[in-house]
Each structure stands twice: as structure tokens, then as C-alpha cells.
Design a protein around this ligand. Structure first.
Ligand SMILES: [Zn+2]
Ligand SMILES: [Zn+2]
Length: 550
């Protein structure tokens, strides 16, 4: 086999940020894609629904090279971009049974399910892709069942990718981590390790999922009324724990929120949720049941006003009205940037009389990601020659690199890189080679990638100072103003109390048009009005001239 090609690691998402994980590896004319996730928009990305990796340019002339897409687990930040990716390339997808099930749910919404090539694998399986990559899937523990890491044998050497993981000795689902496989890779000799950095700045060990059982038990013992628990749709292990606690305390469980209902239904159908008969009920069947027998698992753990919990907090939910005696449990991580939204929702829930329990302090949530001691253990089992921290903001990647140096990996063998920086390997050396685009692609409604920084900038201006529309009629022959300009505003000032300013704006437009008769009326109006409004109000609304020929 010719080995004169280099092995390239191409991070397309998830390096330098939390979310939208996606990575390609390339050898000759062979590309293997690992995960294709989404990121939820940050607060300054106004109106954006989702953010996906910017893979289009990298893949543009490589569409026929893609031998497969391997997916480590079913979380949104690993599968969410697949509907968009599969609309562009036609490559087989390989993942474990639950992950494939959750991918199918996504693809059905985009009507791609029938033509996608989905293949189920299991931990321990090996498959050869394109003759150049042999992928071995190994079992890891995370907050969703059926998570795997990848050992990929390439002509240049063995690469190990952990996916998301933690070393949980008492997981909610499945066996403890496969330490045997990790040690075996170490003995075989690992060229490069890519490892989850999400919690690399967290000392010690991440608690086991088991501790959440204790936290939930306490909540269930103390709650006198209904229990409403907010979590992510894809935290299937947490849903299992709530079902177990409910069964122990003679409560029934209803699931509310579309993403949650879909993933719970799919996980149950595939046998990944163990539900005692009668415990899971429809929300509409709760009527008449005493409060102390009810649990509702709801979406909205990030404080999103449109999700189930957000609607309850705002008193806008069709079936559930929050009242004194309710216990609300926030059982998930707060994604950085969502803190304010969550705080607002929690305040509103308290105001309506609920008791709200959240986070680590009450043991109602533990992270699904390894902390420092686990990351060190992984490094000493796998003993890689080179190390690339993945999945995390730059501060997490650097903290992880620090740990690796402490474990004896030379600094020049550690690559802290962000999206788009290609790391290239041959048998004896490694370096950061070229750059590929690694930015953001915004999804807004049905539009993918049409919304860029300019549109977002406009939205920002509109959100801060609103807009002022100046409608003028100009004589087509003479270019002279016909009648008076009309000023319309939204989100800028309250017109009824600012009639004076509106009138002065009209006069300003008339004067400006008279003085600058030769210039483009659009530019004239925009400039004159912007200046007047700023000097009068110290605000900068978006000024939109509308010129009609008369
Ligand atoms: Zn995950
Ligand atoms: Zn993840």
C-alpha cells in the first residue's frame, strides 16, 4: 500500500466553541467525516434558529471522496447538522442503533430518511471504509445510551477519537467504560489522540449518573405536589432515571415538548428506555389525578420562552398552570450564554408559587463529560504520540493541553487548534498545514447560509433603536417632491408623544431634497434624517427611504 500521502485532520466544528462538532480526516482521495452537529445560537445572533458548521467549501470538490460519516452518539451537537449535510453529499452513515434511530427522526422531518444510507453498528465492530480507514467502535459512557469512541487505523497510524465521554463506573445504561480497549490501543501504539475537552478545566472526577438517583430521590420524597422536570430531549439517561424515581414513588410521568416526545418515543421503541407498565402517560390523561402522583418531564431547560417550561413560566401553557406546591427541577447544564434566560424563567416560576431546584448543588444534574483526573487516566492508557484536544472553547482546549504536558507529552506534539486549522501527519512528523473555512453557517427558518453578518448587523440595529421609514413621491420628469413626505416608525419613539419630532423629520427631508436635487434621493434622505434623529435623540434607528415615482 502506498503511504506517501499524509493523514490530515480537518476540524470543521467544535474546536474553539461548545457545540456543532464535526471533523474530517483525509488521506489521499479519501475523506471520513466524524459527527455533524449543530450549535444553538448565542444571544447576539438575533432570530437565528441554529448554527451549523461551514463544511460546504471544504467539501465542494471532495464530494466523491467521502467514504462515510461516522457518528459517535445521538446528541444534537453531533447529529443536528446531518439533514443539511446529507442534502449536499450522498455518503453512508454509520452509528449505533439508538443514534441511527434519533438520526432517522431528524431526517424524517426533512424528508431525507428514505434516500439516506443509514447503517447500524455496535461497539466492538470494525469496518473498512474506502480501503484506507478501518474504524473500530468502542463503548464509552456518556449521558445518552449507545455512545461510542472511534479507533481509526490509517496507513499512517492509529488515531483514537473519544467522542463525548466520562469514566462512569455506575452508569445508568450499559457497562462501565471499556478500559480494556483503551489499554489495547495504547499497547498497539497510538499516533494521535483526539479527546473531549468540555470539562478539562474541572478538577477531580465527574460524578457518576448514580448520584442523580440520590438527588432525585430526595426531591421525590419531599415534593408534596406535582414535579416538573426540565431537561434536554436527548438526555435519555436522565429520562430513565426520572421514570425509575417515579415508579418508586408511585407517580406517573408525562412528557411535554416535541423534541422530548420524539426522542423518548424512539428510545422506548428501540428498547433503550425501560418503562414499567402504566408509568408513562399522555399529558391529557393527567386530569383528575392527584398532584402527588404526577411528574412532567418538559423541554425548556435553557429558559427558552417558546419551549414547554418557558410557556408554563409565562402562564401561556395550554394544559399546565404553575401553582403553589409545584416543584420544578432544572436537570441539565446551562449552556454558556443562556444564564440570563434561565434566571428569568426561574424567577417567573417562583413568582407563580413553585419551588425551583437546580443544578449540581442539589444533585439533580451531573455532567456527561470527563473531568481532569479522568482525562489524565485516558492519556495514560492510550499513550498517544500526538495529542489534539477537541470539543470545547479555547480555554478548555488549553487546559486539556496542560494536562497532556503534565502526562509527559512534549509540547511540540500537542496541537491546540481551532476550527479550520488542518493538522497533517506522516509517520515521523506532524504540523499545522493549511487552513480551510471553519466559520458559522446560520439557519433561519428554511434558509441555510443566506443570513450573514450584514443581516445580523441590521437585526441588531433594529433591535436597539427600531426603524424610521421616509416615504416620498418624486415627479418622474423633474425629480421634485410631490406632496409631503410621510414618516413611519416602529421601535424608535412613541409617535403620539413625538409629533414634533416627526414633523421636523418631514421638514428635514423636504429641505434636504431641495438642496441636493442632483444626488441620489435615497442617499440624501438617509444622511439627512440619520443626522437629525441622532442629534435630537442620541439614538440611531435604521433609516429606510422609500422613493416612489409620481
Ligand atoms: Zn454528547
Ligand atoms: Zn457533545
Amino acid at each position: 500500500m502506498a503511504t506517501n500521502h499524509k493523514l490530515k485532520i480537518v476540524p470543521l466544528g467544535g474546536l474553539g466553541e461548545v457545540g456543532k462538532n464535526m471533523l474530517a480526516i483525509e488521506y489521499g482521495r479519501n475523506v471520513l467525516i466524524i459527527d455533524a452537529g449543530v450549535m444553538f445560537p448565542e444571544q447576539d445572533m438575533l432570530g437565528i434558529d441554529l448554527v451549523i458548521p461551514d463544511y460546504s467549501q471544504y467539501l465542494k470538490d471532495k464530494k466523491d471522496w467521502v467514504r462515510g460519516i461516522v457518528v459517535t452518539h445521538g446528541h444534537e451537537d453531533h447529529i443536528g447538522a446531518l439533514p443539511y449535510l446529507l442534502a449536499e453529499i450522498n455518503a453512508p452513515v454509520y452509528a449505533t442503533r439508538l443514534t441511527i434511530g434519533l438520526i432517522e427522526v431528524k431526517l424524517q422531518k426533512n424528508r431525507l430518511a428514505s434516500r439516506a444510507n443509514l447503517n447500524i453498528v455496535a461497539a466492538g465492530d470494525r469496518l473498512s471504509l474506502g480501503g484506507m480507514f478501518e474504524v473500530e467502535f468502542f463503548h464509552v459512557c456518556h449521558s445518552i445510551p449507545d455512545s461510542v469512541g472511534l479507533a481509526i487505523r490509517t496507513p499512517v497510524g492509529l488515531m483514537v477519537h473519544t467522542g463525548d465521554f466520562k469514566f462512569d463506573h455506575t452508569p445508568t445504561w450499559g457497562a462501565p467504560p471499556d478500559f480494556g480497549a483503551l489499554a489495547r490501543f495504547g499497547a498497539e501504539g497510538v499516533l494521535v489522540l483526539l479527546s473531549d475537552s468540555t470539562n478539562a478545566d474541572n478538577p477531580g472526577f465527574t460524578s457518576s449518573e448514580k448520584t442523580v438517583d440520590e438527588g432525585l430521590n430526595k426531591v421525590f420524597r419531599e415534593a408534596k405536589g406535582r414535579i416538573i422536570l426540565a431537561t434536554f430531549g436527548s438526555l435519555i439517561s436522565r429520562v430513565q432515571q426520572v421514570i425509575n424515581a417515579a415508579a418508586r414513588h408511585n407517580r406517573v410521568v408525562a412528557v411535554e415538548g416535541r423534541s422530548l416526545e420524539e426522542s423518548v418515543e424512539r428510545a422506548q421503541a428501540l428498547g433503550y428506555l425501560d418503562v414499567p407498565p402504566g408509568v408513562l402517560v399522555d399529558l391529557t390523561k393527567l386530569k383528575g389525578r392527584p398532584d402527588h402522583q404526577v411528574v412532567i418531564i418538559a423541554t425548556g431547560s435553557q429558559g427558552e420562552p417558546s419551549a414547554a417550561l418557558g410557556r408554563m413560566a409565562n402562564g401561556k401553557h395550554r394544559h399546565i398552570t404553575i401553582k403553589a406546591g409545584d416543584t420544578v427541577v432544572m436537570s441539565s447544564r446551562v449552556i454558556p450564554g443562556n444564564d440570563r434566560l434561565v434566571a428569568r424563567a426561574v424567577n417567573k416560576l417562583f413568582k407563580r408559587g413553585a419551588r425551583v431546584i437546580s443544578g449540581k448543588a442539589d444533585n439533580v444534574h451531573v455532567s456527561g463529560h470527563a473531568s481532569q483526573e479522568e482525562l489524565k487516566l485516558l492519556l495514560s492508557l492510550v499513550r498517544p504520540k500526538y495529542f489534539v484536544p477537541v470539543h470545547g472553547e479555547l480555554r478548555h482546549l488549553h487546559a486539556h493541553a496542560e494536562l497532556a504536558r503534565g502526562q509527559g507529552i512534549p509540547a511540540q506534539n500537542i496541537f491546540v487548534v481551532e476550527n479550520g486549522a488542518v493538522v497533517e501527519f506522516d509517520e515521523s512528523s506532524a504540523r499545522v498545514a493549511d487552513r480551510v473555512p471553519g466559520g458559522w453557517v446560520f439557519v433561519d427558518g428554511s434558509s441555510v447560509g443566506d443570513i450573514g453578518p450584514i443581516v445580523l448587523r441590521d437585526r441588531e440595529i433594529l433591535s436597539q433603536d427600531g426603524f424610521v421609514l421616509a416615504v416620498v413621491r418624486l415627479d418622474q420628469k423633474t425629480g421634485r417632491l410631490v406632496g409631503r413626505p410621510q414618516i413611519i416608525t416602529r421601535g424608535f419613539v412613541f409617535v403620539k408623544e413625538n409629533l414634533d419630532l416627526i414633523e421636523r423629520s418631514e421638514e428635514e427631508v423636504i429641505a434636504a431634497l431641495r438642496m441636493n436635487g442632483q444626488q441620489d434621493p435615497q442617499i440624501t434622505i438617509r444622511k439627512a434624517l440619520s443626522e437629525l434623529l441622532y442629534s435630537e435623540t442620541q439614538r440611531q434607528p435604521m433609516v429606510i427611504p422609500v422613493v416612489i415615482g409620481a
